[in-house]
Design a binder for this molecule. Structure first.
Ligand code: C5P
Length: 217
């Protein structure tokens, strides 16, 4: 692994789940651990990049030398990313962003004894990656697709829909929440399956692929 593949480049990364509040103590979230995104942040930093990590709620410390911005909801993540995106050379969206948030989040804790089951109305969250990909002169955008089946078809469809040059697909049963993963990279040249490996190893391979596609190496 050549250590300085991304020397001097600004890399913005999202990681982890989001948390969509229902009331002050409850919410909707998902099983993303943040491990893959944190591994990508560490690998990009080790490759010499200046890394900003916008992180949903996870249990780890930021990798050494990485600037972390902590967020909770998809809207917080959207605001933090949009504030940084124009200055980034590469944007890697690893976070498992909730597609929907609660429209009528309660200011006070919901009580069981107030009669009836409270309805939870959902509204769509912005697609952070698609929005960054649509920026004029924006960063080189990389997405992740976590699927439970039809990986190639779904990942390629996502890549085209979001208009991004590279997407890393993985099956949820292969990696979500765990230490290891199995990734397939999809770009204009086709698909590049990577051997199953610890997330740290896959993150370095992804960084190498990004460095290759963005030239200079
Ligand atoms: O559309 P889907 O959620 O399956 O796409 C996954 C990719 O899009 C991931 O890279 C994820 O980080 C990104 N994404 C996003 N904002 C959303 C939803 C997904 O940036 N609201």
């Amino acid at each position: 692994f050549t250590p300085k593949l991304l020397a001097g480049r600004k890399v913005l990364i999202t990681a982890g789940p989001t948390f969509e509040a229902i009331d002050p103590v409850r919410g909707i979230t998902n099983l993303s651990s943040g491990r893959m995104g944190y591994a990508v942040a560490r690998a990009a930093r080790q490759a010499g990049a200046e890394v900003t990590l916008v992180s949903g709620p996870v249990g780890f410390c930021p990798p050494q030398g990485v600037d972390r911005i902590n967020v909770k909801s998809a809207l917080d993540m959207h605001a933090a990313v949009m504030a940084q995106a124009a200055g980034a050379d590469v944007f890697i969206a690893v976070a498992a962003v909730a597609d929907y948030r609660v429209a009528n989040a309660a200011e006070h804790k919901l009580k069981k004894d107030t009669g009836g089951i409270p309805p939870i109305e959902l509204v769509e969250n912005p697609d952070i990656l698609a929005e960054v990909a649509a920026l004029k002169n924006g960063p080189f955008c990389v997405g992740f697709a976590a699927e439970s089946r039809n990986l190639e078809e779904y990942a390629q469809t996502k890549r085209r829909k979001k208009k991004i040059p590279l997407i890393a697909g993985n099956l949820i049963q292969d990696g979500f929440g765990g230490e290891d993963n199995r990734l397939v990279l999809f770009d204009d040249a086709g698909s590049h399956p990577l051997a199953p490996a610890p997330k740290s190893v896959l993150a370095r391979q992804l960084v190498e692929h990004i460095a290759h596609l963005t030239g200079k190496h």
